[in-house]
Design a protein around this ligand. Structure first.
Ligand SMILES: Cc1cc2nc3c(=O)[nH]c(=O)nc-3n(C[C@H](O)[C@H](O)[C@H](O)COP(=O)(O)OP(=O)(O)OC[C@H]3O[C@@H](n4cnc5c(N)ncnc54)[C@H](O)[C@@H]3O)c2cc1C
Length: 531
């Protein structure tokens, strides 16, 4: 079928289904491509979590910020209206980028005619890069490396979009030092829920700037981000050491992350860690590091309640610092209290380190273990309660099987800007605990891998925290009732979040897959949203 005819059909469908009262020609003038093709609708109905499905009426492929703005204006300015969700790489867990009965804007991937979107523009002198909101971080890295530069703050996995991670936070082992990705952005172009295109920064439209960062897609669609860069190192010394004692492990992690104010030579560049509760996991997709040359037997290490903790650190270097790297690593490790025989070291190019999870992805894909349900739970746990969390969850609720990696590492609250929309615990230091589990549909004969089993464990973990008064905050939060969202934000922050929503997306059409607000189309209260 001719593309023009398909577009016409898509528009007619929108007009009939949601009573859109615009002239078809108005939408035909959109520079992008509105699609009702089955493959587009199907892929926009699901996400990485593979746990919820919601079909949009159509998928829009924009070629520019103007296209995005025109679609948003069509969504709000006419008839009964329809909801609009930006979708980056669709790597959410709980349908956050879906738009049931609305339009999903596909921000990542090729443009409407298969062409690439605005290419990243590196400003070498000023050390920043301007990128399209749907750009994947792997492509940001590739383009900045051409100039010997790289962003400072990362996620562990690079096949995520800039707009998607900036709508949440964007964290990895550099966050203790540089803050999350949202602390490393100078400027944004945003299409608000009213269809205005605004440039915002600390100085200009600052209310919108801070609202959008960590804003869960509620205030506007990021079409351009200006990201801070630093000189890219060439190589990474990557070290893992094991602990059987949780308090030694967290003491050392907190010591290393407290060094953020020190000169580069006196701190690591990356500090993370993970929990190992079962023997199989030590050689899992994130731990392939240990094998096959040096397989580890947990039983040989004298664990505390069957649980081991792995501290993971890196030191970046290049030609000018290569002579110092051994000495600097030795200096930093010498006061730590890990199991002396458990030091595992490797040395790889910087890009390979940053792109490490993709290698694991390819491995899992080859075994059909990537496109499975992912009942992930990410929590920020206050430092003062992390030992209680360890006792109740790692040594309690989880039993002796985890079904996926469990990351744990501390961050410094003063690296997070309180004016952004993201929510963190009220303590100077808090931990990320990321339970990144994969379910198999039938459990593959193993009940502990069933989706329902893992989902129930997640509920028990949250209940345990509530009962014990451990004031965790969800990262990549998922709630379905507004009162739960109010609890998540706390009254003051919720008041600000709500005020910003009224100002920048008063009809509440954006990112309804987050389930924070219901669309409000005035005299057409039941329109569009059916989730
Ligand atoms: C394998 C894997 C590893 C991960 N590792 C990390 C990690 O190390 N650190 C970390 O912080 N997170 C990590 N995440 C979580 C990830 O950062 C978030 O799920 C993020 O939202 C995914 O980006 P995306 O482009 O796929 O977003 P999507 O799922 O497409 O969208 C997420 C939300 O952002 C909104 N949105 C998308 N694009 C825009 C835009 N341009 N403007 C405004 N709103 C927009 C959507 O409407 C939706 O509400 C990981 C996820 C996976 C699957």
């Amino acid at each position: 079928m001719a593309p023009g005819f398909l577009l016409f059909l898509a528009i007619c469908k929108l007009i009939i289904t949601v009573g859109l009262n615009v002239e078809p020609t108005e939408l035909l003038q959109l520079g992008g491509r509105l699609s009702i093709e089955r493959s587009d609708v199907e892929s926009a109905s699901l996400d990485f979590g593979m746990m919820s499905r919601a079909e949009p009426l159509a998928v829009y492929h924009p070629s520019s910020a103007d296209d995005v703005a025109r679609l948003v204006r069509a969504a709000t300015g006419s008839g009964r209206g329809f909801t609009v969700s930006a979708r980056g790489h669709g790597h959410s867990i709980n349908g956050q980028a879906q738009a049931a009965g609305g339009v999903v804007i596909k921000m990542s991937g090729a443009g409407p005619g298969g062409e690439s979107r605005p290419a990243p523009r590196v400003a070498e002198e000023e050390r920043y890069v301007d990128v399209w909101g749907g750009e994947l971080w792997i492509d940001v890295l590739r383009s900045t490396l051409e100039r010997g530069l790289a962003p400072k703050s990362w996620t562990d996995y690079l096949y995520l979009s800039v707009g998607g991670t900036l709508s949440n936070g964007g964290i990895s082992g550099q966050a203790f030092n540089h803050g999350p990705q949202i602390s490393n952005v100078y400027e944004l172009d945003v299409v608000t829920g009213k269809g205005d295109i605004l440039t915002c920064s600390e100085e200009k439209n600052s209310q919108l700037f801070h609202a959008v960062l960590g804003g869960l897609g509620q205030f506007g669609i990021i079409t351009r981000a200006r990201i801070a860069l630093e000189p890219a190192p060439q190589r990474v010394r990557w070290i893992r050491v094991l602990y059987s004692n949780f308090s030694s492990f967290t003491r050392d992690q907190e010591y290393l992350t407290s060094l953020h104010g020190e000169p580069a030579s006196k701190k690591f560049d990356y500090v993370e860690g993970f929990v190992i509760v079962d023997e199989g996991l030590i050689n899992n997709w994130r731990s392939s590091f240990f094998s096959p040359l040096n397989p580890v037997k947990i039983s040989s290490l004298g664990t505390d309640g069957g649980v081991l903790y792995c501290l993971e650190v890196t030191k970046n270097y290049d030609e000018s610092t290569v002579d110092m790297v051994d000495q600097e690593v030795e200096y930093l490790l010498k006061d730590l209290d890990f199991i002396p025989t458990s030091v595992f070291t490797t040395d790889i190019p910087y890009v390979d380190f940053l792109d490490r999870v993709h290698k694991a992805e390819l491995k899992l894909r080859s075994k059909n273990l990537w496109e499975v349900p992912h009942p992930w739970l990410n929590l920020f746990v206050p430092r003062s309660r992390i030992a209680d969390f360890d006792r109740g969850v790692f040594k309690g609720i989880l039993g002796d099987k985890t079904s996926g990696p469990i990351l744990i590492y501390p961050m410094n609250k003063n690296k997070w800007d309180e004016r952004s929309s993201v929510v963190t615990p009220e303590e100077d230091v808090f931990y990320l605990v990321a339970l990144l589990r994969s379910a198999t549909v039938d459990g593959g004969g193993d009940a502990s891998r069933r989706l329902e089993y893992l989902a129930d464990q997640n509920r028990r973990i949250l209940k345990f925290c509530r009962d014990e008064g451990i004031e965790v905050k969800q990262y990549l939060p998922h709630y379905s009732k507004q009162e739960e969202w109010v609890g998540h934000f706390g009254e003051d922050k919720w008041a600000r979040f709500h005020r910003n929503k009224m100002e920048f997306d008063p009809k509440q059409i954006l990112s309804t897959g987050q389930r924070i607000f219901e669309p409000d189309f005035g005299s057409y209260p039941n329109a569009a949203q059916s989730s």
